[in-house]
Structure formats: C-alpha cells, structure tokens
Design a protein around this ligand. Structure first.
Ligand SMILES: NC(=O)c1ccc[n+]([C@@H]2O[C@H](COP(=O)([O-])OP(=O)(O)OC[C@H]3O[C@@H](n4cnc5c(N)ncnc54)[C@H](O)[C@@H]3O)[C@@H](O)[C@H]2O)c1
Ligand SMILES: [Zn+2]
Ligand SMILES: [Zn+2]
Length: 343
C-alpha cells in the first residue's frame, strides 16, 4: 500500500509500505478521507512539540473497517468489517495527574495519531486503538465526516464557554475552526453571530454556513462589544483587537494557536474592572462522540466547507495550497486516483 511520510523536518516522501496489521484491541481501517489543517504544517516544519520522524501525517480521518485485532469486541464494542468510522486521534498515558483528574487533553504524554509518535491516516490503510474508533451511520457521507475531528475540538471550545440564550458572539477567522465555532454559536443560543476575516473569500463560505454578520474588520460591525469573543486565527493582532471588544462580564476565548514564543498586549485593568474571563481550549476532551452525533444531526454545513480533494501523489500541492490560504477545507483521499475540485 502507499503512504506519505514526513521523513524529517521539511522532507516528505511517497512510499510503498507493508499494509499495517491491527494489534490487540486495534482496528485496521481503509482510509476514506483525511483533512489537512495547520497542525500538519507545524508537524512538517518541526514546530510541533515531541514529533518523532519519520511519521505518516493525518489526524482528521474517516474510513471503513477492514480487520479487527484480537479482543476488540470482548467488552462493550460491536464493530464489524465494513463499518464506516471516524477516528479520534488523541491517545494519553492514563497515569499522570491530568489524566487522573479528567484533563486527558493536557496529558504531558499526549500523542495524536499523525502528530506525535504514531502514524496517521495519509496512507491507504491505518490502525487505531478501538477506544478511538466511532461508528458512523451507513448513510453518513464518509468524506464530509472527516470534519468530525475538528468539530470535536470546537465542541470542547464551547464546553468551556457560557451558553446563555441571547448572547452576541464574535468570531475572528473564517477558516475551518472559526466556521465551526460560529455555527455552534447558533446552537448555543446566540442572539447574533458575527464573523471577521481579512480574506473576503472566506466570508463567502461563512455566508453559505448561515453566519449572518460578516466583515473584514470588526470596526464595520453594527455593535462595539460582544458577550463572547473567540479568536480562531492565532494571529496576535487579531487577539489584541478581540480582547478590546468583550462586553463587561463577557468571555474571550483563545482558540487559535499563536506561535509559542509570542506575547500579546492587553489591559489588565479592564480584565479586573469589567470582570472579563479569558479561557483557553486545547483539542478534544470527551467531545468526540458528541461531535459524531451533532455532525449526523446536521449541525454544520459540511458540504460548503470542503473545497478540494487530493490523491497521495498530490500531498505536497495540498500542503502548499493550505499554506497559501486558498480554497476551503482541503482533504487527502488516499484511495482515490484523481485529485478533484469539489466546489
Ligand atoms: N484550540 C484547539 O483545540 C484548536 C484545534 C484546531 C485548530 N486550532 C487553531 O485554530 C486556528 C484556526 O484554524 P483553521 O484551521 O481555521 O485555520 P485557517 O488558517 O484555515 O483559518 C484562519 C483564518 O484566520 C484569518 N485571519 C488571519 N489573521 C487574521 C486577522 N488578523 N484578522 C482576521 N482574520 C484573520 C485567515 O484569513 C484565515 O481565514 C489555528 O491557529 C489552529 O492552529 C486550535
Ligand atoms: Zn486538525
Ligand atoms: Zn497522562
């Protein structure tokens, strides 16, 4: 079978490999789709803490079960060959203070398939621990379902935000994550949802996803302050601007990933005087199963969010296109023979 591997920082290759075998309580999956996101570029550029090369990238994956390892169905699971599945890429040690206190996403030994030390899904077949595998309905679109992993991150983001009827919500960034956070804001009871992106093309996608207020700068919006302001850019200027637009008693969420060595300026006086809460959110925590259910309930417009699919041969082009900020969500489809424009 064929696999893309990051050999070392900045070097990738397309390889012929042995098909993996599922170990004890592991499942072998034929890959349908795997989304590309900023994490893949950070891993490729050697900026992700702990990555061990060589590594097959790809953590936003769906596929079909082709083989069950020993012991998979000995407990509560009832997996079958042919089941369509989505895969939670996170694995944790289960032993550290964070794991034992219900903060597994903050485990110092956190390992994402395709991110740290275990191969991901940019290959024709991959294995995953059965506890990370989630069954999809037979009628679910297996390609669109690759958005379930980022949706699970967005649900975690909303888990640490208030969900009050009638809040006004402002989101910076209309990439995949901003679009998901904004669509969930409606579900969380927002009276209005505003989205800001410097890239006007991205605002068109936001319109298709039902986000009613869209601007290239928050200065153009019809209000000055919002109850909940969420940064989904990781851009320092956006974060500094966003913090000034939070209402008294409001919340700012740092969802985007800023470079580890950068700092942002804000007024500590305002945080005190206006009782502003600043909350972080990191990846997935007990939110993958809910993401499957919300995806299958139609909570997001997945069709509008995925613009291109690529074969393994075109992996590098996909990464370049992602870096340019062109298109919408880009996917690798390792068993396809043709790259496609979907929208
Ligand atoms: N916290 C988590 O669990 C988590 C999970 C996944 C991704 N992320 C992070 O979320 C962020 C967004 O991810 P994505 O996949 O949507 O990325 P993306 O690159 O597709 O989207 C980011 C968007 O922000 C816009 N932008 C950049 N600077 C801006 C500014 N100053 N003002 C307004 N808009 C601006 C860009 O035009 C782009 O459309 C990234 O930093 C990513 O690493 C966090
Ligand atoms: Zn991702
Ligand atoms: Zn741990």
């Amino acid at each position: 079978m064929r696999a893309v591997a990051f050999q070392q920082q900045g070097v990738l290759s397309l390889e012929e490999r042995e098909k993996p075998r599922p170990g004890y309580k592991e499942i072998l999956i034929e890959t349908a789709a795997v989304g590309i996101c900023g994490t893949d570029t950070h891993v490729f550029d050697g900026e992700f803490e702990g990555t061990i090369f060589p590594l097959v990238p790809g953590h936003e994956a769906t596929g079909t079960i082709v083989e069950l390892g020993e012991g998979v169905n000995d407990g509560v699971f009832d997996f079958h060959v042919g089941d369509k599945v989505a895969v939670n890429p996170s694995t944790t040690c289960g032993e550290c203070e964070q794991c034992l206190n219900g903060h597994q996403n903050l485990c110092p030994k956190w390992n994402g398939l395709g991110v740290v030390a275990s191969d991901g899904a940019s290959q024709q077949f991959f294995t995953a621990p059965s506890t990370n595998v989630y069954k999809l309905r037979p009628e679910t679109d297996i390609y669109e379902a690759a958005l379930i992993e980022p949706l699970a991150c967005a649900i975690r983001g909303w888990d640490v935000l208030p969900r009050r009827m009638g809040d006004h919500v402002l989101v910076y960034g209309a990439g995949t994550m901003g679009l998901l956070m904004a669509q969930l804001a409606h579900r969380a009871g927002a009276a209005s949802v505003t989205i800001v992106d410097l890239n006007a093309e991205r605002l068109k996608t936001a319109e298709e996803c039902g986000i009613e207020l869209r601007y290239t700068s928050a200065d153009d919006a019809d209000r000055e302050k919002w109850d909940v302001v969420i940064d989904c850019t990781g851009n320092i200027r956006a974060i500094e601007d966003a913090l000034t637009r939070v209402k008294p008693a409001g919340f700012f969420q740092d969802f985007g990933v800023a470079p580890a060595d950068r700092t942002a300026q804000f007024s500590p006086f305002r945080i005190y005087r206006d009782e502003i809460s600043i909350v972080g959110t990191m990846a997935v925590l007990n939110s993958f199963g809910r993401a499957v259910e919300m995806f299958e309930a139609g909570a997001i417009n997945a069709r509008a969010m995925i613009s291109h699919s690529f074969t393994l041969d075109d992996y590098e082009q996909a990464l370049e296109m992602f870096r340019r900020g062109d298109g919408r969500k880009l996917q690798i489809r390792p068993n396809d023979t043709e790259s496609r424009v979907l929208l």
